[in-house]
Design a protein around this ligand. Structure first.
Ligand SMILES: Cc1ncc(COP(=O)(O)O)c(C=O)c1O
Length: 390
């Protein structure tokens, strides 16, 4: 049989490869500590799980879910946006809120809603791989926007060539940023809105990390920028905010034409989010929020430990104010793949090479702070010995 040629355009998903390498080592009896993947180690808060269990026992939730998303969930999302960001969103019949099976699902499908073959997408480099992969699968072309340290890892919109800006259909941005840990102010979002208005570009802001923050930092929503709803949408997720990666639930909010297009596309492919999980999400968004601060202070301690040890072993690191990730500059003479391989070989510590997120990620490695404390501390000890073994 022949597989579709479109699959030739895409590499294996970065983390599938990394997990495969870690599994190989583990199969040989090696105890690998992984700083590679950003997946909360702390459990989903108990009251959310209680809501999920109650809903799972109710036969009304055993049938096909409401395809759009339950009205109560749309309302909970709109209320959360109002309360958290001061952003007002309408929900059905005016579609400014759409629940998703995790934000990755919506991000991947959005490219198919916006791009015809040959259309250009503006994609951050380095960036979460799904922006570029979904562009390629939809037949689009990528214009990378380098995220450079000297620009605070924000794209420099003034350097996008005029012919590209005129042809581009969609722009991806992500703050707090994965993988660099950078944050963006409202002034940057305002600049993006005026650029998008000028050239007729649809903006997709991917924002799953706004609630994982340190040092009392409070990130903005893209939709707080005046006019943002006219040009774009924001993807959000319960994965990182409420330690719910395993349950798969997120949302897209903002421009109603884009939201409507995404719903039209995905409702032809999936049949909605299991209702018990939607009910758990309502519990998460409307219930007590105190565990977020407790969790963030745990992450902050880990962030500080990891930044300190990386600096001690000779890497250049900026202390991030949000997100799970430390973006560390490796010494000259190494590629990110070589440095990553040495860490795995010499001290059985897995991290991700910056090149995996794009060409401008070369020279960096990314480490996540989502290992349980005992494993995390063991990883820290191993990193310290790495310096001596080099
Ligand atoms: C930048 C970014 N966007 C989106 C996602 C997807 O999150 P989810 O599909 O769990 O909502 C991730 C997950 O790691 C991410 O880092």
């Amino acid at each position: 049989m022949d597989l579709a040629r479109r699959l030739d355009k895409i590499p294996p998903y970065l983390f599938v490869e990394i997990n495969r390498k870690i599994a190989e080592r583990k199969a040989k009896g090696e105890d690998v500590i992984s700083f590679a993947i950003g997946d909360p180690d702390m459990p989903t808060p108990g009251h959310i799980i209680d809501g999920l269990c109650r809903a799972a026992r109710d036969p009304a939730n055993h049938r096909y879910p409401e395809t759009y998303g339950m009205p109560d969930l749309c309302k909970a999302i709109a209320d959360w946006y109002q309360h958290r960001f001061g952003v007002t969103l309408d929900w059905p019949p005016t579609a400014e809120v759409l629940p998703l099976i995790g934000s990755k699902e919506g991000i991947g499908h959005m490219s198919f809603c916006m791009l015809d073959p040959g259309d250009i997408a503006l994609v951050p480099d380095p960036g979460y791989p799904v922006y570029s992969v979904s562009t390629l699968l939809a037949g689009g072309e990528i214009h990378y926007m380098p995220l450079l340290e000297r620009n605070g890892f924000l794209p420099d919109l003034d350097t996008i060539p005029l012919d590209i800006a005129k042809k581009a259909k969609i722009m991806w941005i992500c703050y707090p940023n994965n993988p660099t840990g950078a944050v963006a102010g409202l002034d940057f979002f305002e600049k993006v809105v005026s650029f998008a208005c000028k050239y007729g570009i649809a903006v997709c802001h991917d924002a799953p990390y706004t609630e994982v923050t340190f040092d009392n930092y409070r990130p903005h929503s893209f939709l707080e920028a005046p006019g943002a709803k006219e040009v774009g949408i924001e993807f959000h997720s319960l994965s990182k905010t409420y330690n719910m990666t395993g349950w798969r639930i997120g949302m897209a909010v903002g421009n109603s034409r884009m939201i409507d297009a995404l719903f039209r596309f995905k409702s032809n492919l999936d049949s909605g989010i299991p209702q018990a999980i939607q009910i758990a999400a309502i519990e998460a968004l409307t219930g007590k929020q105190d565990e977020i601060a407790v969790r963030n202070s745990e992450y902050q301690k880990r962030r500080d430990k990891l930044v300190n040890v990386l600096q001690e072993i000779g890497l250049e690191v900026t202390r991030p104010r949000a997100g799970f990730y430390i973006w560390a500059k490796i010494p000259d003479g190494y590629t990110s793949v070589k440095y990553t391989a040495e860490l795995l070989d010499k001290v059985a510590v897995a991290v991700t090479p910056g090149i995996g997120y794009g060409k401008s990620g070369e020279g960096y490695i990314r480490l996540s702070i989502t290992q349980p404390d005992d494993r995390f501390d063991e990883g820290i000890r191993r990193l310290l010995t790495f310096k001596k073994r080099r």
